[in-house]
Design a protein around this ligand. Structure first.
Ligand SMILES: Nc1ncnc2c1ncn2[C@@H]1O[C@H](COP(=O)(O)OP(=O)(O)OP(=O)(O)O)[C@@H](O)[C@H]1O
Length: 375
């Protein structure tokens, strides 16, 4: 059986068991790939290679759930996010939204779905048109989709401003008159204006001060719960993802190497890479001497020619010959909970590390957790 078949079967087999029988996935991603062509040659430019930014990714997102997508810079998180919103067309694989394959729909065919899948970007300033007032930015999606809410668009925008914690009187102000955190709130108001079913949030807080990060995460959680919106929350920081996500997928060099519910991933990580990511999160209140810190040697290899077999093997302390020749499928391995899938030939024991409670956050985020906001 090929690796792809394995991973697809594994995800499809495991996830329904975790959910109510009537909770069909909102989004199904199967063996998704995005290869960016590299052009070279003179005088005729031709394709001489490809950046394999996303290279066979499978997961489900259920209605109302928050799935975190983590991994180091360059592992393909943003590209995956853009494939899900169809800002990019996949090279291979499928994205199925509400039972409909949207992987290759054209603009016109995508129009009815566009309002249901929204995106929040990292840089709240770059993603807002500086020449438009907040009112027209937030009402933009309603205009484009010809939606006239009861009471009119302006009333709805004022209501949305209030929901995201901004003063409705600021309707006529411009983005530069707001702080970074406030601008991200405007981005959230715009994203929820059409009551979407799914939001892809690409590093939504990493450009903000940490104290502001907690407030914006709080707001996103409120939106997720009160409006029942499913999220794919993209971040490089495991500590932040932990606050927001019920399930987490860890990416490395274009692949998902581990996926599990939050509790299982943080207390019983099985993939060596997940261990390394967790050990990189600072432990403020613990005797540092006692803590083994895993230092990853070397850089992430190039996605143009990724290592054979397991892509993490070149930096993995457990790698053996098999890792170079056989790509490990993403499956439930012995000792893992149902729904906890790992792509590794020589996984860590489920009991060796328990970093779930050790990860110490910035005080603002920790306060958020103590207040039970992430429960
Ligand atoms: N339009 C593009 N053309 C060519 N290569 C690209 C393009 N977009 C992304 N890449 C490459 O694809 C790989 C994955 O990039 P991507 O931005 O998805 O990663 P990421 O995990 O989101 O990282 P970061 O957190 O730094 O944004 C990187 O090597 C990147 O250089």
């Amino acid at each position: 059986m090929s690796e792809n078949t394995n991973s697809t079967t594994a995800v499809a087999d495991v996830i329904p068991g975790q959910r109510d029988a009537d909770s069909a996935p909102l989004l199904q991603v199967r063996d998704l790939k995005k290869h960016f062509p590299i052009k070279g040659g003179f005088p005729i430019r031709r394709t001489v290679g490809a950046v394999k930014a996303v290279d066979g990714v499978s997961f489900d997102v259920h209605p109302g759930e928050a799935l975190g997508l983590v991994g180091e810079s360059g592992c393909g998180k943003s590209t995956t996010g853009r494939l899900l919103t169809r800002l990019y067309e996949p090279t291979e694989g499928t994205v199925t939204y509400n039972g409909q394959d949207i992987s290759h729909l054209n603009r016109r065919q995508l129009a009815p779905i566009r309002s249901e899948i929204q995106m929040i970007f990292q840089d709240p300033y770059a993603s807002l048109n500086p020449r438009q007032t907040v009112g027209s930015i937030i009402s933009g999606p309603m205009e484009i989709n010809g939606i006239n809410p009861p009471g009119g668009r302006e009333a709805r925008v004022r209501e949305l401003l209030e929901i995201v914690g901004l003063n409705p009187e600021h309707y006529n102000r411009f983005p530069h008159e707001f702080s970074g955190g406030q601008r991200q709130r405007i981005g959230v108001a715009r994203a929820v204006a059409l009551e979407p079913k799914l939001i892809i949030a690409d590093e939504p807080v990493s450009a903000l001060d940490v104290s502001i990060q907690a407030q914006v995460i709080n707001l996103l959680q409120k939106v997720q719960r009160e409006m029942g919106i499913a999220f794919v929350f993209i971040a490089h920081d495991l500590a932040i993802v932990r606050h927001f996500s019920q399930r987490i997928a860890v990416m490395y060099l274009g692949k998902v190497v581990e996926i599990a519910d939050r509790e299982s991933l943080y207390t019983r990580p099985r993939h060596p890479y997940t261990h390394a990511l967790m050990s990189a999160v600072p432990n403020a209140d613990i005797d540092a001497e006692k803590k083994e810190r895993i230092r990853l040697e070397g850089d992430v290899p190039s996605p143009i020619s990724p290592p054979s077999g397991c892509r993490f093997r070149t930096r993995c302390w457990k790698a053996q010959d098999k890792c170079a020749t056989e790509e490990p499928p993403l499956v439930q391995i012995s000792g893992s909970n149902e729904g906890h899938l790992t792509a590794c030939h020589f996984p860590e024991e489920p009991t060796t590390v328990d970093r779930g409670e050790d990860i110490v956050l910035d005080p603002a985020l920790a306060a958020l957790e103590e207040s039970g906001e992430n429960a």
